[in-house]
Design a protein around this ligand. Structure first.
Ligand code: HEC
Length: 474
C-alpha cells in the first residue's frame, strides 16, 4: 500500500505551479535564548573571543562568493558595524540557520552555536563591540562540522547553463543528471559544487529509476531551458527517493563505512535547486560529484522510507467564503493537478487510520496533521528529514511516542521552508518490528497571502507533511 501511496503523492507533487514564494522569515515566534546562567568572558574582545566564532560558524556563508556575500564578516569593521544585528540573530536562534531544537537526538553537522558562544557574542556587543588586540586571536580548534573527503569517481554537470527566472526573487528548479553507467554501482559519497555561490541557497538530491525517464524527458527543456520548475518536489508519478542535499558550507558527504545507495544503468539523479536571487543572477552549471563502489563490493544498501500525513487546514478566523470549504479545496487541486489529486485527502486519512473527525479541532491558526507508521522489520536509522511548505510552523518525527522511552528523532519548533535540510544522527538508532514512527506537522494559515482551506498539493499555496527516513535493514 505504501508504495501506491508514494506513486500517488509524487504525482501530486508534480505539475507544481511556478512557485516564487516571498521567502520571508517569520521571526515573530522566535524566542530569545535564556543566557542568565551562562558564563561569558568578562571583557570580551573581537580578536580574542568573537572572531573565532565568526570564522567557525558564519564565514562559510558570510563572505565573498557565498550565499550571504551581501553581509560579509571577513573584515573586523564589517562585524562591528553589524554587531547589533548579529546579536539579535544569534540570541533569537535565527543564525546560523539550524532548525532542529536541542531536544532532538544529537545530530551530525550541527551548525548551532552553544549557549556560551551566544552569551559571548551578546556580552561583546553589550560592551560596545571592542576590537581588542590582534595578538590575542587564536583560530577555533575545529568548526565541529566533521569535514570528510571523497573521491571524485564521476562528475555530473549540465550540458548547458541555466539562467534563473527573470522576475523571481527565489527560483526553484529541478535538473536531471543521467547516470551514464553500464553496471550497477553504489554511491558511497557525494558533493555539490555550486557554480555561483551567491545564488546557490540549498538543494535536495533525489534518485529516480528508469520509470521516471519519460516524465523527465517531457519536462526537461519544456520551456527551452535546462530543467523544469519544481517547488515541492520533482513531482513524477513514479517513486523517487531523497538521497541527500546540500546547504552552503556543507562538507562533502560520505555514507557510513560499508554502506551505499545502489544505482543502476538508466537511473537519474534529480537535483532540486533553490536559487536565492537577491544579489545576483548568473548562468549556472553547478556540478555533482559522486564517489562510487562496484556493486560486487556487497555494501549494505540504504533504504529510504517516505512518510506522509494528512493536510487539513481550515481558513484562518475572520476569513469566510466558498474558498473556506474543504470541497472547494479538493476541487481546486483537482483542477490544478489532475483528477488524481482529488483523492489525496481521503487517501491520506485512510492510510493513517483516521477520519476527518480526528481533525475537528484544527483551526486556521493552529492546524496539525500526524500519522503513525508501524516499522515493518528491524532497522538501523541513520538520518531523517521533513518537508512542509511556507505555512509550516513546526515538524516532529518521534519513535514510540506513547512508550516509556520515546525518542525525539527530529524536532523543528520553528519551521523555515528556506532552511530545510537532511539530518544524520551521531549514533544510529535501532528500531524493532512494530515500533512506531510518528510524524507530525503544524501549520498556521494566517501566514497565507490568499487564505483558503488547504489540502495536500504541490504549489506554494498548498501544503505537505512529508518525511523520509534513511535506514539499513538489520
Ligand atoms: C548556511 C549559511 C549561513 C551561515 C552558516 C550563517 N548565515 Fe547569516 N545569513 C545567511 C543568509 C542566506 C542570510 C540572508 C537571510 C536569510 O536567507 O535568512 C543571512 C543573514 C544574516 C544576518 C542579517 C543580515 C542583514 O542585515 O540582512 C545576520 C546578522 C547574520 N546572518 C548573522 C550570522 C551570524 C552571526 C552567523 C554565524 C554565527 C551566520 N549568520 C551564519 C546565511 C548564513
Amino acid at each position: 500500500m505504501r508504495f501506491i501511496l508514494l506513486l500517488f503523492l509524487f504525482f501530486l507533487s508534480s505539475l507544481a505551479a511556478l512557485a516564487h514564494g516571498d521567502g520571508g522569515h517569520d521571526d515573530d515566534d522566535a524566542k530569545a535564548a535564556d543566557l542568565s546562567a551562562v558564563a561569558a568572558p568578562d571583557q570580551p574582545t573581537y580578536y580574542e573571543h568573537v572572531r573565532p566564532i565568526i570564522e567557525a560558524s558564519c564565514i562559510d556563508c558570510h563572505s565573498g562568493g557565498q550565499i550571504a556575500a551581501y553581509a560579509p564578516f571577513n573584515d573586523p569593521q564589517d562585524v562591528i558595524f553589524a554587531a547589533q544585528d548579529i546579536k539579535f540573530h544569534v540570541v533569537f536562534g535565527l543564525m546560523p540557520p539550524w532548525m532542529p531544537s536541542p531536544e532532538t537526538l544529537p545530530l551530525k553537522y550541527d551548525r548551532s552555536l552553544s549557549d556560551v558562544e551566544i552569551a559571548t557574542i551578546a556580552a561583546w556587543v553589550d560592551a560596545g563591540a571592542p576590537l581588542g588586540d590582534p595578538q590575542d586571536y587564536r583560530p577555533a580548534a575545529s568548526d565541529g562540522l566533521d569535514f570528510v573527503e571523497i573521491r571524485a569517481d564521476m562528475t555530473l554537470q549540465l550540458e548547458a547553463a541555466y539562467v534563473p527566472d527573470e522576475d523571481a526573487r527565489d527560483d526553484y528548479r529541478c535538473f536531471a543528471y543521467p547516470l551514464n553507467i553500464t553496471e550497477p554501482q553504489f554511491i558511497t559519497g557525494y558533493d555539490f559544487i555550486p557554480d555561483v555561490g551567491e545564488m546557490a541557497h540549498h538543494n535536495i538530491v533525489y534518485l529516480f529509476d528508469e520509470t521516471a525517464n519519460r516524465a523527465i524527458e517531457s519536462r526537461n527543456y519544456a520551456d527551452g531551458r535546462p530543467g523544469w520548475p519544481c517547488y515541492g518536489s520533482p513531482g513524477f508519478t513514479t517513486e523517487g527517493i531523497r538521497i541527500g542535499g546540500w546547504t552552503p558550507g556543507a562538507s562533502p558527504f560520505a555514507f557510513p563505512q560499508g554502506t551505499g545507495v545502489l544505482i543502476k544503468p538508466g537511473h537519474h539523479l534529480v537535483v532540486q535547486m533553490h536559487y536565492n536571487l537577491w544579489t545576483t543572477r548568473q548562468p549556472d552549471r553547478s556540478r555533482v560529484v559522486l564517489q562510487l563502489e562496484a556493486a560486487e563490493s556487497e555494501l549494505a544498501e540504504f533504504h529510504i522510507i517516505s512518510l506522509a500525513a494528512p493536510v487539513e487546514i481550515p481558513c484562518p478566523s475572520g476569513t469566510e467564503g466558498p474558498q473556506c470549504e474543504r470541497e472547494a479545496a479538493i476541487e481546486r487541486v483537482g483542477d490544478l493537478y489532475g483528477e488524481i489529486a482529488r483523492y489525496a485527502p481521503g487517501y491520506l486519512l485512510r492510510e493513517c487510520g483516521q477520519t476527518l473527525a480526528d481533525y475537528a479541532a484544527n483551526s486556521g491558526e493552529n492546524a496539525s496533521g500526524a500519522c503513525d507508521y508501524p516499522v515493518p522489520g528491524p532497522l538501523t536509522l541513520y538520518g531523517v528529514s521533513g518537508h512542509m511548505h511556507e505555512l509550516g510552523r513546526s515538524f516532529r518525527m518521534e519513535l514510540n511516542p506513547e512508550s516509556e522511552a520515546p525518542l525525539l528523532l527530529l524536532d523543528i519548533p520553528r519551521w523555515d521552508f528556506h532552511w530545510q535540510d537532511r539530518y544524520y544522527f551521531v549514533e544510529p538508532v535501532q528500531v524493532a518490528h512494530g515500533d512506531i514512527l510518528r510524524m507530525s506537522c503544524v501549520w498556521d494559515n494566517s501566514l497565507s497571502d490568499e487564505p483558503r482551506y488547504v489540502v495536500w498539493g504541490a504549489g506554494t499555496a498548498d501544503e505537505m507533511c512529508f518525511g523520509s527516513v534513511m535506514a539499513l535493514k538489520q
